[in-house]
Write a protein that binds this ligand. Structure first.
Ligand code: NAP
Length: 331
């Protein structure tokens, strides 16, 4: 089979290569063998290859944390047997999905209905679940309240805007490219702020005079620092990415006197704490919101696995305007 692989961490477009004659992996008990159809290139995949992610690769390694495929075989166990022949969303933090065949835990593959296209099924979990959990579970933004978010024009940011429309919270959205302002307003953004238009605390003060108590930041650096500084007393910010790879800072007074809280969020940690039934409920909820278009992903390009270097270069480009998808097989 073919797979993308890297032998050392580094810039993805330099260190990734395609092997085209390796044996397919064998599933153990509680695992399934999946024939992969498609897998997106997420920022987490790029950071993993670059050695800048919370999970260190065991080299040589294949990237690809999510995707869609068909279960070809079970390594034993009831769940694996039940999944055989099903098209499934594959969550994989061990073997990597950028391969014609991969092995995943049976409980980390989720059957998807026939009417869900491969591209949406391939992006079933990482962004949709994160957008939903952060806004509806962790922050639980009440209806009518404002949420401030940076990187708002990315795929996850757009999901948060649509969730705001659906559940009645208002969004103040920070982008770095002015051309995204109209697009996000059409999507339902209540306010759109441009990074270069002045300090965010001032911009937020004008857009939301009553103050903002909820915030999300995946950028870090100056943007993340300003998002935290823009919070009203009692505000809470979730840091959930590090797109600039730079630290954020805030004055201790902000936390002491103003009671502002800054916390990290990682889907992997959240999921580990959930019972199987809670995960099932989440999958159903995500699927319903995907069908409604609330948790839908947009795509800018599709590449075959052989062109993985071109694909990762495209995925890392500023202003790419949608997910980049690897097409690995056909149904
Ligand atoms: N913690 C978790 O569990 C978890 C789960 C899912 C996702 N995430 C994180 O969520 C973030 C967004 O993911 P995504 O799939 O939505 O990515 P995406 O579709 O690639 O969008 C990224 C967005 O960030 C903007 N951006 C990139 N670098 C930036 C920088 N240096 N300064 C300001 N803006 C920048 C991009 O702006 P342009 O459009 O101008 O290029 C784009 O709007 C990533 O950091 C990802 O790792 C975290």
């Amino acid at each position: 089979m073919k797979r993308a692989v890297f032998d050392r961490v580094g810039p993805p477009a330099e260190v990734l290569r395609v092997e085209d004659d390796v044996p397919a992996p064998q599933p153990g008990r509680g695992e399934v063998l999946v024939r992969m159809l498609a897998s997106p290139i997420n920022p987490s995949d790029l950071m993993y290859v670059a050695g800048r992610y919370g999970l260190a690769p065991r080299l040589p390694a294949t990237p690809g944390f999510e995707g869609v495929g068909v279960v070809e075989a079970s390594g034993g166990g009831l769940l694996g047997w039940l999944r055989k022949g099903k098209r499934v969303a594959v969550l994989n933090d061990r073997h990597g999905n950028w391969a014609e065949y991969t092995v995943a835990k049976a409980r980390q593959v989720v059957p998807v209905p026939d009417d869900l296209p491969d591209d949406q099924a391939a992006t079933f979990f990482v962004n949709p679940a994160t957008a939903y959990i952060m806004t509806r579970d962790v922050l639980a933004v009440p209806s009518g309240q404002w949420l401030l978010q940076s990187a708002a024009g990315g795929e996850l940011g757009k999901m948060v805007i649509r969730l705001g429309r659906k559940f009645g919270f208002r969004t103040a959205n920070v982008v770095r490219r002015r051309e995204q302002v109209d697009e996000l307003k059409q999507l339902g953004a209540d306010a759109v702020l441009v990074e270069g238009d002045g300090p965010l605390p001032e911009q937020v003060g004008k857009a939301v005079p009553a103050g903002v108590r909820y915030a999300l930041d995946p950028v870090g650096g100056r943007t993340g620092t300003e998002v935290i500084a823009a919070l009203a007393p009692g505000g809470r910010c979730l840091l959930y990415g590090s797109l600039t790879d730079e630290p954020v800072s805030f004055h201790p007074r902000h936390a002491i006197g103003n009671g502002v809280r800054v916390e990290g969020y990682w889907l992997a940690t959240w999921a580990r704490r959930q019972r199987p039934l809670a995960m099932l409920r989440l999958f159903r909820r995500v699927l319903g919101l995907m069908r409604e278009g609330v948790l839908r992903s947009d795509f800018s390009a599709t590449y075959p696995l052989e062109e993985v270097r071109k694909a990762v270069e495209h995925a890392a480009a500023a202003g790419k305007g949608g997910k980049v998808l690897l097409r690995i097989g056909v149904r």
